[in-house]
Design a protein around this ligand. Sequence first.
Ligand code: ADP
Ligand code: ZN
Length: 441
Amino acid sequence: MSKKVYWNEEFEIMERSKLEKLQVERLRSTIKTALDTQFYGELYSKKGINVDSIQSIDDLRKLPFTVKQDLRDSYPDGMTSTKKGESIRLHCSSGTTGQPAVVYHNKHDLDSWGNLVARSLFCAGARPGDVFQNICGYGLFTGGLGFQYGGETLGALTIPAGAGNSKRQIKLIQDFGTTVIHAIPSYLIRLYDVFKQEGIDPLKDTNLRLFVIGAEPHTEEQRKKIEELFGIKAYNSYGLTEMNGPGVAFECEEQNGLHIWEDAYFVEIVDPDTLEPVADGEIGELVLTTLDREVMPIIRYRTRDLTRFLPGECGCGRTHRRLDRITGRSDDMFIIKGCNIFPMQIEGVLMKIPEVGTNYLIELVTENDIDEMHVKVELQAHCFSDSYKDLENLQYSLIHKIRDEVLAKPKVVLLPPNSLPQQEGKAIRVVDHRRQLRITN
Ligand code: ADP
Ligand code: ZN
């Protein structure tokens, strides 16, 4: 068997006892920096918290949680330490409601982040010398520059392709011999259609060999669909702006959960209602603490993302624990006809059906005072040809398969390709017209 290789061997296969010692050390220095910020300085002095409050990892649980609203309330820089003057870059989350969350980085922070992304890419199978095309928005969004610096740190020729313009993306892939792509999963499925239209076979006519997909919730079924369409493996990438961006947790070549880099983040999974830790292996809300950030430490951040720890050790030899695929944000859940539903449950059903095309949308509407769920699904073009006779059966079967999964019966609308609105960035899966009604009333 070939020897296993790692990007940061010292950290990636560190014995757990050593890793935990390192976490306590880093946590103490994080608290020291945090005391130096206006936000934590005031909060901790009120509660009598100082560096010596932390003697072991368990002591972290005495500290208050941080939520997204805290970042918004501290806009633009109330969470930065006295090292803010050393900052050389900032990023913001989208901030569709109210002020965005802003994160400042100095050179140390950017080097640490670049290294984590390089480690993540390597862990999924990318190597120095790869040609890495980063298909996502640059600018304040962290997926652009985050993967750019990560790819460069890895030593890949990193193409800042940006989002959209699929024909141009394919030209770049062909002209520069792209081997690795990062993109959001909903976009890759669309890109495949353009490959088909152009009569280019991604496997035979390009050098593509590896995909990195993330930034938005997606199901195992969607990953499989991408892998089958292209004949290329796709690895899951997880991150969020508050914790730098990409490079927080990543799948290795085993494709069995995402290693979360515990030398850089302390990880907890809590019950979102009681805020108590869930039993090992149970699903709960992911709570993260930065362990290697100087300008803007964030402690016990409630990500709202739902996941669980996967049991056992990973065949790759890395000692950092693995998270299960993120099933969505706790606030993605909607209730219809008394059933609690996550959009990913519906995606899981749709992606198993071969006739289903590239896009879908769940609309929640009120009809005759009753809340209804409409699932609009684009099908493959051939389903609308005269020779296809199964449309009615397909609709019937989708209604029942979705009902069996979520317990509420939907209305299913079958649509030809490209009927639904497309987003340049992350896909919007649910539009709630009920909520809009309530706001305007
Ligand atoms: P915004 O909040 O503006 O979308 P971010 O880019 O910081 O900005 O989004 C991070 C969020 O995206 C995560 O908290 C999570 O909900 C989602 N996300 C990122 N990567 C994944 C992934 N691989 N699987 C599921 N969800 C993901
Ligand atoms: Zn692994």
